[in-house]
Design a protein around this ligand. Structure first.
Ligand SMILES: [Zn+2]
Length: 181
């Protein structure tokens, strides 16, 4: 999952997005718990039923991106569905954005519809999609007391993405406009 936040408190999750180093902290645990609940509330069937797959955006084609990444970086080992998520209406301006998520039960990658914009470069979308694909290859596991959602082998594989640094820099510069989308 990639979630980015703006504002006063730079959360542990946000730091992961920016620097790739997850910090063990109560904030990160809380973040994981919140998002686990989000995924568990929906059964795989409900997820698929509620969400007709919509990988072809107005500006970006997720199936095309997925196929190319799968071939280049994963020897076609990722067997998952991909879709843009639905727009959710909200009363208050958002402070964070969950750009991508992966549900292992439904084998479903969801990408935030705010990323289907002409100004969002393809390499940025590729990074978000690739990150979620890696959740398929490296399921979360327990390491002693804590659950590791981005284990070291996950992070090493992620850094093989050719535009990794460039994508992170783009995110830093453009997060505010994504939040306003
Ligand atoms: Zn993740």
């Amino acid at each position: 999952m990639v979630r980015a936040k703006s504002g006063r408190s730079e959360s542990a999750a946000r730091r992961y997005v920016l620097c790739g180093v997850p910090k063990s902290s109560a904030a990160l645990d809380r973040f994981i718990e919140e998002n686990r609940a989000f995924i568990r509330r929906r059964s795989p069937a409900a997820l698929r039923g509620k969400l007709p797959l919509n990988p072809h955006g107005r500006h970006h084609d997720l199936s095309c991106i997925f196929r190319a990444l799968n071939r280049r970086y994963s020897r076609d080992r990722v067997r998952a569905h991909i879709t843009f998520g639905p727009w959710v209406s909200r009363r208050r301006p958002r402070k964070s954005i969950k750009m991508g998520s992966y549900c292992g039960e439904a084998r479903l990658i969801r990408i935030h519809p705010a990323l289907d914009r002409p100004y969002v470069p393809r390499y940025f979308l590729e990074w978000i999609v690739f990150h979620e694909m890696l959740h398929h290859l490296y399921p979360a596991r327990r390491r002693g007391e804590r659950r590791s959602i981005h284990p070291p082998e996950f992070q090493a594989h992620e850094r093989r993405f050719r535009d990794f640094e460039r994508a992170r820099r783009w995110e830093e510069r453009n997060l505010e406009s994504l939040l306003r989308a």
